[in-house]
Design a protein around this ligand. Structure first.
Ligand code: F6P
Length: 343
């Protein structure tokens, strides 16, 4: 029997377990056996695995996170790690590997395919929805619904207290959660990493609302948004293994500026990892399931070095290197729609 390894790397997101479940169920039907690699690429570096069979994937479709664990390990960061990955792949007796991840995890997968581990296929995930070559990644819909519900809830308290509330959502380089939650939740201003923040414009919207008799406002800001003059707000200067800074704090800075410039009492709500936790929506469960099945079909057809992708309503496959070439940032036509409600 050919053995297939599965790993989940990078930030977790709702929908990972449905992919694992679907790949194992479809794979068993096709005659494969499975091995779970623990904590992303770290498991391949350290030869750390968990059994993966029909029993271990039972009852997980509605569970958030990943039963395999995850980490932000980058084997290309440290001398000798790639060698370990190649050695352990052989030691584990793997025929093929399904790498489930975002730009970083799939970037490693793409490099490994060229560096001596060709039998890898990819499945795209991220709540940020910023991977090229796929219209959606699972995890995004769940995060979007959580953010929208939060904005709904913040409306009533903002209105009762006549306050401005700044809601900080995730989105490192792309503001998909911000723009869609802003539209769905009826935000008064939406701020994304793709467009520099103009504080004067933001404060004018708030003042204009006041002049119309509205005594509250909701401002949605993506964590990666930047002020025209200040740049990104960082929580830590230190970079992770993939060269990312830890963002956070834009909401607090923005709220301070708004209060100072408008005189309106302003509060901040940082949604943070709440957006990544909990049960996946039906959309993410179905998308994850379709991706898991596709991953097995790619292995069966020996279409290695490729990634499952959603284009329109169809699940197709694309070269892994196309998926990690550049990030999919917010369509500015969509942003213009959000801006209609800031006027
Ligand atoms: O990549 C997804 C993401 O949720 C980003 O939106 C966010 O900046 C980052 O992960 C947070 O990472 P961590 O969980 O390591 O703090």
């Amino acid at each position: 029997m050919q053995k297939v390894g599965i790993l989940t790397g990078g930030g977790d997101c709702p929908g990972l377990n449905p992919v694992i479940r679907a790949a194992v169920r479809k794979g068993i039907l096709e005659g494969y056996e499975f091995l779970g690699i623990k904590d992303g690429w770290k498991g391949l570096v350290e030869n750390s695995t968990i059994p993966l069979d029909i029993n271990s994937i039972s009852g997980i479709i509605n569970k958030g996170g990943t039963i395999l664990g995850t980490s932000r390990t980058n084997p290309y960061k440290k001398e000798g790690m790639v060698q370990k990955v190649v050695e352990n792949f052989k030691k584990m007796g793997l025929y093929a590997l399904i790498a489930i991840g975002g730009e970083d995890t799939l970037g490693v997968a793409s490099k490994l395919v060229s560096d001596g581990l060709p039998n890898i296929v990819g499945v795209p995930k991220t709540i940020d929805n910023d991977l090229s070559a796929t219209d959606y990644t699972f995890g995004f819909d769940t995060a979007l619904n959580i953010a929208t519900e939060a904005i709904d809830r913040l409306h009533s308290t903002a209105e009762s207290h006549h306050r401005v509330i700044v809601v900080e959502v995730m989105g490192r380089h792309a503001g998909w959660i911000a723009v869609e939650a802003g539209i769905a939740g009826g935000a008064d201003v939406t701020l994304i990493p793709e467009v520099a923040i103009d504080l004067e414009e933001v404060c004018n919207v708030i003042k204009k609302r006041h002049s119309r008799g509205k005594t509250f406002s909701i401002i949605v800001v993506a964590e990666g948004a930047q002020f025209k003059d200040k740049g990104a707000i960082l929580q830590e200067q230190e970079l992770d293994a993939f060269g990312h800074v830890r963002l956070g704090g834009i909401g607090e800075t923005l709220a301070g500026e708004i209060e100072k410039r408008t005189g309106c009492e302003t509060r901040v709500s940082v949604l943070g990892h709440l957006q990544r936790g909990g049960s996946p929506t039906a959309f993410d469960r179905v998308l994850g399931t379709r991706f898991g099945v596709k991953a097995i079909e790619l292995i069966k057809d020996k279409k290695f070095g490729r990634m499952a992708a959603l284009q329109g309503v169809k699940i197709l496959d694309v070269p892994l290197k196309d998926a990690v070439k550049e990030l999919k940032t917010v369509d500015l036509e969509l942003y213009e729609i959000a801006k209609i409600f800031s006027s």
